[in-house]
Design a protein around this ligand. Structure first.
Ligand SMILES: [Zn+2]
Ligand SMILES: [Zn+2]
Length: 254
C-alpha cells in the first residue's frame, strides 16, 4: 500500500509526500519547516520516515525550507544536475549541508528505499527545473508543475502514470484582466512560466486520460488568476480533483 499526500500547492507553498513500507520521500519543501511538519503530522506522516527530499526547482514556494530539512534530518536533498550547475546562487542560499547535496539526471533512476525516482526537465524561469516520475509498489506517480509549455516527453511520462499531479495555474482571461502588470502577465503566460487551464486540458487529452481510470490532481492554482470553479469547468471531462490553494489532501492506494 502507498500513502501519499499533497501537503499544499500554490504560490504560498508546495510539498508532496509518498510513503510505503515505513519509508517516505518528499517532493518540494516550500513552506516553513514547522509548517511542513504540521502538515505531515495531519496525515500521520513522521519526519523520521523521510529518506530524501527531491526539489522540482529553487523558487521559494518549492524550496523554502530545504536547508532546514537537510540540517534537521541529515538526509539527501536532490536537485537536477542542471539546477546544481546553473542555479548556484539560489542553490547556495538554501544552505544545504554539503553531505546532503545530491543531483539527479534525466534518464537515470535514483533508488531510495522502495522508491525509484526519475526526473525530466520542465520549461520554467528557474535553471534546471524538473518534474518527477516516482515508481513504488507497482504504482507510478508523475508530477508536472511550473512549466510554461509541455513536451512530448512529459506526456509520455503521464501516459505511464497511475496518479498524475498536473499544474493548472491560470485562466487566460483572468490573467489578462487581473491585477498583474503586463510584464508579469507575459512572464506567467510565457514559455518559461506556468501552464494555463487550457494547456492542462490539452495535456490530459494528449496523454489519453479519461474520466474514470486514473486520479488526476490539478495543482498550483494561482492566487490571483484562477479559481477552483474555472479549473473544474475546463477539465470537467477528466473528473479531475482540483487542489485548493494551500489545502492538504491525503490518500491511500492499494
Ligand atoms: Zn516556480
Ligand atoms: Zn511554483
Amino acid at each position: 500500500m502507498v500513502r501519499y499526500s499533497i501537503l499544499g500547492s500554490g504560490s504560498c507553498g508546495n510539498g508532496y509526500i509518498f510513503s510505503c513500507e515505513g519509508q517516505s520521500i518528499l517532493v518540494d519543501c516550500g513552506y516553513s519547516f514547522k509548517q511542513m511538519l504540521l502538515r505531515m503530522e495531519q496525515g500521520g506522516f513522521t519526519l523520521d520516515t523521510v529518506q530524501a527530499l527531491f526539489l522540482t526547482h529553487l523558487h521559494p514556494d518549492h524550496a523554502h525550507s530545504a536547508g532546514t530539512f537537510a540540517r534537521r534530518t541529515g538526509r539527501p536533498v536532490y536537485v537536477s544536475r542542471r539546477c546544481y550547475e546553473h542555479g548556484r546562487t539560489e542553490y547556495f542560499a538554501l544552505n544545504i549541508a554539503p553531505e546532503c547535496q545530491r543531483t539527479i539526471e534525466p534518464g537515470t533512476d535514483v533508488q531510495v528505499g522502495p522508491f525509484c525516482v526519475r526526473c525530466f526537465y520542465t520549461s520554467h524561469d528557474s535553471p534546471g527545473s524538473c518534474g518527477y516520475s516516482i515508481s513504488v509498489d507497482n504504482k507510478c506517480f508523475v508530477i508536472v508543475t511550473d512549466t510554461g509549455v509541455y513536451s512530448q516527453e512529459m506526456v509520455e511520462y503521464a501516459r505511464r502514470a497511475d496518479v498524475l499531479f498536473l499544474e493548472s495555474n491560470y485562466d487566460v482571461q483572468m490573467l489578462r484582466h487581473g491585477p498583474y502588470p503586463l510584464v508579469l502577465q507575459r512572464r506567467v503566460a510565457g514559455e518559461r512560466g506556468h501552464l494555463s487551464n487550457d494547456q492542462a486540458r490539452s495535456f490530459l487529452l494528449d496523454a489519453g486520460f479519461d474520466s474514470s481510470r486514473k486520479p488526476v490532481h490539478l495543482i498550483h492554482l494561482s492566487d490571483n488568476n484562477n479559481c477552483v470553479e474555472l479549473v473544474q469547468e475546463s477539465t470537467m471531462q477528466f473528473n479531475a480533483h482540483v487542489c485548493e490553494r494551500g489545502a492538504c489532501y491525503f490518500y491511500e492506494l492499494d
